[in-house]
Design a protein around this ligand. Sequence first.
Ligand SMILES: Nc1ncnc2c1ncn2[C@@H]1O[C@H](COP(=O)(O)OP(=O)(O)OP(=O)(O)O)[C@@H](O)[C@H]1O
Ligand SMILES: [Mg+2]
Length: 642
Amino acid sequence: MTQLIRATKGRISVGRAPDNDHVVDHPMVSGHHARLTLDKRGWLLEDLDSANGTFVNGERVTEPTLVRPEDRIQIGPTRLRLAADGQVESDDLRLATRVDVQGVVYDVRPGIRLIRDVSFTIQPGEFVALMGPAGAGKTTLMENMNGNMRPTEGRVLVNGIDLHAHFDAMRGHIGYVPQDDIVHRKLTVYEACYYTAKLRMKGLSERDLHDRVVKVLTDLDIVHRANVVIGGPEARVLSGGQRKRVNLAMELVTDPAILFLDEPTSGLSSSDAKSVMDVLKGLSKRGRTIILTIHQPSKEIYEMMDNALILGVGGRLIYYGPIEGSYARFGSADSPDSLFEKLTPKGMIEADWDRMQEEYRATRWYREFVYERATERETLTLDRPKARAARRIGLRQFFILFERQAKLYTRDVGWLIGAVIGAPLLMFFLSMLLTEDDQRHVLLFISTLLAFFFGIFPAIEMMHSEATIYARERMVNLKIPSYLFSKVFFLLAFGIWQAGTMAAVVCWFTDLDGPFALVFLVLLSVQIGGVTAGLLFSTLSKSSKLALLLMLGWLVLMLAFSGFVIRLPDLRDQGTQWLLAPSSMRWGLGALNDLVANVPEDKVLFFGFEDELWKVNTAVNGLLALIPALLTALLLKLRDRV
Ligand SMILES: Nc1ncnc2c1ncn2[C@@H]1O[C@H](COP(=O)(O)OP(=O)(O)OP(=O)(O)O)[C@@H](O)[C@H]1O
Ligand SMILES: [Mg+2]
């Protein structure tokens, strides 16, 4: 599907708007995206500050660049090439994406090999079933192919370009629906797709974004459920098939050229499975390259696909070829059930799987689908990108994520009410009870405890509950600071309210007479410490049980070392006052004691600035809050797999 582009007066403009010389109607392409200009030296390529970039040989163009006939120019899903006679040609990658897997080996750790020397080629528009016994390595192979994991040896080429070396240029064209559901349950179907679309595609107007989402939901026949809150699998608001379609819709909004799906039909009724497969078949007919893993499909579903790729245990390729050939290869009857029986005989040992792999290499399918396809491959040997394209500041992402976060939490009415009235109500109640002179600092202590608690509590669920969604979004384009700040600032908004109302109770409804603004600031600094600690623990935890345990443990420690339970003078006598140092509650309490005069306690922990005590303590609290935030960012960064 190569198309010749006509230049007007030695110029070719490319973009989504109809007034371009070459119009590319795709959500990842800006209205006026790039321009080629013919000058004495040849064609000069310029990116017109497009949202998603112009790439030459997988590298983002930052300044006008002279292009040569052997260069690959990529603009959204379009590939441009200079023909020998100086003309410019274009190919639509959505109709022409070829994937070459070349000798891929994957070790999780040295000595633990999950994929063994797998090679094959998928041609444009092919619909491939990736199958094999449970634990064979299907998911692992898929993640090696979609850029989520990096092969230990070998390469994956997409249209001849090394996927892992040039992931920046490719990431927008790969769709991946993982095995598990990855949706925010409290969003509606429409919102889930809308926020994904907005995060992944820059430069679309709200109108275009809306149209795009509605179109995808319509194509997937789920638009009538657009305003339903997705809910968990137990909620039964959406059927299993509809949930799968929501996941699929989120990937299809960007119109990817290659689509990877991990068990899209598992757990679905046969009619649901069939209709999901019909959608995929339709996409493959429109030229998209699709690879899906599937467990024991029905004959009807199995035979909808073009090719089967079968992995044996240990990640060995034991078949790749046409569907009908798979029956013949394993000597089974013409049904996938019978085929699976042949694939999972009892008592197979490693050597047997090795033998199956060897057997396959002697077949005509190997010759045709692996060997011959590999020799006709055009491989571009490109340099690794010199430097990663400078990441722009993710302010836009921050606002999108903040808005989504707010939607998620404010939809939880119980939580919202608790967050708004909990802190002031408790403080008010206690201030009525604790009226004696010597009970004053109990009230101060309670206010720091509540501030810390109201900080850590909502944060503790925030990260681990959406870890899979984060992983997918990170793979596409999510920036860690935008992500983290969206959470911190969202919680900060509540912190301002909670610390503010508590400070109001302390200063105005008791005889403590503290300066409101300063008491507020101190409480807020304690609360932020809670927020960042909560985010860190949440990131560390895989489950909410562990997260809650960490939170409680930390809370008890902070409380014990708040200087209220065990008094500072006692610790000082033992020379162990440093124990109080990590407790933001301690620094907060010291500051409050300082601000609200006449509290009978030794306030100064380490530093001797008795006059400026509240300032010092609040500054220390700010620093204490920074540590978990930085650790969280580091942890997220370390988890990047590629
Ligand atoms: N991090 C890891 N460390 C060690 N072994 C692992 C790790 N991840 C996966 N494995 C093992 O690698 C093998 C392949 O895992 P993978 O998830 O790719 O299998 P699969 O074919 O997708 O299985 P299923 O059909 O159950 O989805 C399994 O035996 C699994 O136990
Ligand atoms: Mg799997």
